[in-house]
Design a protein around this ligand. Structure first.
Ligand SMILES: [Zn+2]
Ligand SMILES: [Zn+2]
Length: 237
C-alpha cells in the first residue's frame, strides 16, 4: 500500500452534508448536545485501544502474542482497533448499526483510515465483513461496507465489496458465548467475487471475540490470499 494523505471529501459531498446539517443539525450520539455527532466533551472520553496489547488479536496483553492466539492460531496475521468499546465509541457504533445514522460513517472511517496509514500492513484491497441479506434490506446498508468505502476514499486502497458473501443463518449477536460464536461463524461465510492472491484488510465496526474476522480470513485464504489483516472501529475488552 502506498501511504497517502487522508483525502478530503468532495466539494459536492461537503455542500450536501452542510445542507443536511442546516435542516437536521447533528447532535452528539452520546450526550445529545447539538452541534456535532460527537461533542468535544465526549470525544475526550473515548478510550483509544493502545498498548500493551497482543500484536495479533489486539486484546490487552503483556505478551506480544497472547495465550488465546497461541492456542487458537487465528487465520489473520494481525488485527487493530481504534477504540476500546464503551462510552461514546459504543454509542457511535450503535448509532450506525441500530439507529440508521449512516452519516456517522465518514467520521468513523476517517479515524480507521488514520490508524491504517500509521500501521501500514501492506494490503492490496479492503474487504468489508458482509451481513445477511435480510438484515441488510431492513437496515438499508451494511455498516462495514460504509466504513470500508470511507477508508478506501481516504487511503486510495480499492474496496473489494463482494469478495466474501454471507450465507443465510443465525446472526453472531444471537450466540451466547465464544464457542457458539466460533461454531456459528465457521459456516457463515463463503468466497464471492473478487481478487485472488495478495494481502487483504477485513473491515468491521467492532471486534468481539475475533471469531467473525477469523472465519472471513479463512475464506480469503482458501481462495489464495497470502495474508489477511483486520481493522475495526472498536474492540470489546
Ligand atoms: Zn457529547
Ligand atoms: Zn492475541
Amino acid at each position: 500500500m502506498t501511504p497517502a494523505p487522508v483525502r478530503q471529501r468532495s466539494l459536492a459531498s461537503r455542500i450536501w452534508s452542510h445542507a443536511l446539517d442546516s435542516v437536521f443539525p447533528p447532535h452528539c450520539v452520546s450526550c445529545r448536545a447539538f452541534g456535532r455527532f460527537v461533542c468535544g466533551d465526549c470525544l475526550v472520553r473515548m478510550v483509544r485501544a493502545e498498548h500493551p496489547r497482543c500484536g495479533v488479536c489486539w486484546q490487552p496483553s503483556a505478551d506480544s502474542r497472547c495465550q488465546h492466539c497461541r492456542h487458537l492460531q487465528p487465520a489473520f496475521t494481525a488485527v487493530r482497533s481504534v477504540y476500546a468499546f464503551g462510552g461514546p465509541a459504543r454509542d457511535l457504533v450503535h448509532a450506525l448499526k441500530y439507529s440508521g445514522l449512516s452519516a456517522v460513517a465518514p467520521l468513523m472511517g476517517e479515524e480507521m483510515a488514520g490508524l491504517l496509514l500509521g500501521w501500514k500492513p501492506g494490503v492490496s484491497a479492503i474487504v468489508p465483513v458482509p451481513m445477511a441479506g435480510a438484515r441488510r434490506r431492513r437496515r438499508g446498508y451494511n455498516q462495514s461496507e460504509l466504513l470500508a468505502r470511507e477508508i478506501g476514499r481516504c487511503t486510495g486502497v480499492p474496496v473489494a465489496g463482494r469478495a466474501i458473501v454471507r450465507r443465510v443463518g443465525p446472526s453472531q449477536v444471537e450466540q451466547p458465548d465464544e464457542a457458539a460464536r466460533r461454531a456459528n461463524a465457521k459456516d457463515a461465510f463463503a468466497a464471492g467475487r473478487g481478487p485472488v492472491g495478495g494481502s487483504f484488510l477485513l473491515v468491521d465496526d467492532t471486534m468481539t471475540t475475533g471469531a467473525t474476522l477469523d472465519a472471513c480470513a479463512r475464506v480469503l485464504k482458501s481462495v489464495g490470499a497470502e495474508r489477511v489483516y483486520g481493522l475495526t472501529f472498536a474492540r470489546e475488552s
